[in-house]
Design a protein around this ligand. Structure first.
Ligand code: NAD
Length: 498
């Protein structure tokens, strides 16, 4: 099916779908002189060229966002919710287009792209439903004499920086919350996956979002573009998903101007299998949790920590299931695991496996890149002895599983918490009381109990420690884009009452 998108001077045709390739600033698609290639990681071939924006383009986007900020926050909650409703319906009508474009630029299997699309649309709907339900308070001052009236106001123009591993989910849940709260946004897409972001922004435009409220910049110079925006006092919010290193750079840039910051950063997820676990369930969930998106997920099982009593049984089954996975082009029927995102990232996986081979480990399956075109790596499993320093605080971010054995539940908890990260963790046990007791002791923002997937709009997604600040989803996430506003109102208790 071919779609024709209005008002874009430049488009690319990807899998028969027309996608704008410019920057989107102040309600218009604009092209730049320089362009960069978007590569399909399954074929290593370019599928489109998009505009390569610079700091001046980003500042134009901020001009537009700043100019419209007062008007956007004045749009009544019901009118804003109606716009969201229109966008949500339009998004749903384009499910196949989004899924195919996502697979083409990120490589993930089509079934995973469809699932990501569905979850993204749900997040957007969640915020739609929240818009008209924000609350305030009215109370007497503690000693009387005046009233304390509180409500919330939008933080202001927001920079949203998204990664490539979930190209639609990241923009939908950030932009959903920010726009619902009344903040105009500047999205900085990941250079590997700009096309999904472009489709999302074009859909909001067609739904009727006013000029300047949504802006999109693609760039190969992320550091320069975001530094220019962060240094401008008109920018009031940054929301970032990506690595902890870049997150801390952005926090440092936010400090001088006290820019409000939300950070969804790296993870080192422990996946704990206790001695009373349903081992078959644990092995199945571990495979999904580890190899979904070819292991390139912040919530992936990074350390599989198994009680000695079930270690052999679990490991045998986990390896069997891993060996049943089909690696291939995400568009091929039956593909379970797609390619690694880029050649550089594939080199990183090869280096990681070389490091693991040099430690006190046993390679149980996989261990090498696959020959031929594209950036494919065989799903790989290592058994690891001890706790090598080389793996401490190391986010694998690859289709490489590491299994560790522990002697007790206490040791599992201690090892799980022995990391600077605190995003997702997992516990498998048949005893609910034990699951809760362990869950309460894990220093992580999220604990999956007998399940390896847990992202949901109703849940507060996010991490503690070096994994981030703030939450996406749940009842409170919209408040990350709102500030309390307090009005002190004098009330003369006696006058005018006679
Ligand atoms: P990355 O930090 O390299 O890039 C993320 C985004 O930041 C991209 O858009 C990139 O262009 C941009 N960027 C890079 N350098 C920048 C700079 N100096 N200033 C501003 N922007 C800059 O991360 P990645 O490799 O794309 O993604 C993988 C990382 O993201 C992993 O650590 C993963 O755990 C994390 N992640 C976290 C979550 C979460 O919700 N916590 C979700 C997905 C990914």
């Amino acid at each position: 099916m071919t779609t024709t998108l209005a008002n874009s001077p430049d488009t690319a045709t990807v899998r028969g779908h027309c996608v704008p390739t410019g920057l989107f600033i102040d309600g218009h698609w604009r092209t730049t002189d320089s362009m960069f290639d978007v590569i399909d990681p399954a074929t290593a071939q370019p599928i489109a060229q998009v505009s390569d924006g610079g700091a001046a383009d980003a500042l134009s986007a901020l001009d537009a966002a700043h100019a419209v900020r007062a008007a956007w926050r004045q749009v009544s909650p019901r009118d804003r919710a109606d716009l969201f409703g229109a966008a949500h319906r339009l998004l749903l009508s384009r499910a196949d287009i989004f899924a195919e474009v996502m697979t083409a630029e990120s490589g993930k299997p089509l079934a995973e792209s469809r699932a990501e699309f569905a979850l993204s649309a749900e997040f957007f709907l969640w915020y739609t439903e929240q818009i008209a339900h924000l609350h305030g308070t009215y109370a007497p001052a503690s000693h009387g004499g005046y009233r304390v009236v509180t409500s919330h106001q939008p933080v202001g123009p927001a920079l949203l920086i998204t990664p490539w591993n979930f190209p639609m989910l990241m923009i939908a849940r950030k932009a959903g919350a920010a726009l619902a709260a009344g903040c105009p946004v500047i999205v900085k897409s990941a250079k590997e996956t700009p096309l999904t972001c472009a489709l999302f922004v074009e859909t909001l435009r067609e739904a009727g979002f006013p000029d300047g409220v949504v802006n999109l910049v693609h760039t190969t110079s992320s550091a320069a573009v975001s530094a220019a925006l962060m240094a401008d006092p008109r920018l009031r919010k940054v929301s970032f998903t990506g690595s902890t290193g870049v997150g801390s750079t952005l926090l440092a840039q936010a400090a001088p101007g006290i820019v409000n910051a939300s950070m969804e950063l790296g993870g080192d997820g422990p996946f704990i299998v206790l001695d009373d676990a349903d081992v078959e369930l644990a092995a199945q969930q571990a495979v999904v949790c580890k190899f979904r998106n070819a292991g390139q997920a912040c919530v992936a099982a990074n350390r599989i920590i198994v009680h000695r009593a079930v270690a052999d049984e679990f490991t045998k089954r986990f390896v069997e299931l891993t060996e049943q996975l089909t690696v291939g082009n995400g568009f091929d029927d039956g593909t379970d695991v797609g390619p690694i995102i880029s050649e550089a990232q594939l080199d990183g996986v090869t280096e990681l496996v070389a490091t693991l081979r040099g430690l006190d480990t046993e390679l149980l399956t996989g261990g090498a890149a696959l020959p031929g075109t594209g950036y494919f790596f065989a799903p790989t499993v290592f058994r690891v002895a001890g706790r090598p320093a080389e793996l401490c605080d190391r986010e694998l971010f690859a289709p490489v599983a590491t299994i560790y054995e522990v002697e007790s539940t206490a040791e599992a908890i201690e090892f799980a918490n022995d990391t600077r990260y605190g995003l997702a963790s997992y516990v498998f046990t048949r005893d609910l009381s034990r699951a809760l007791a362990v869950g309460e002791r894990l220093d992580f923002g999220m604990v999956g109990i007998n399940r390896g997937i847990m992202a949901d709009p109703a849940a507060a997604f996010g991490g503690i420690k070096a994994s981030g600040l703030g939450r996406e989803g749940g009842h409170d996430a919209i408040y990350d884009y709102l500030e309390p506003k307090y009005l002190a109102v004098t009330v003369n208790e006696e006058e005018g009452l006679a």
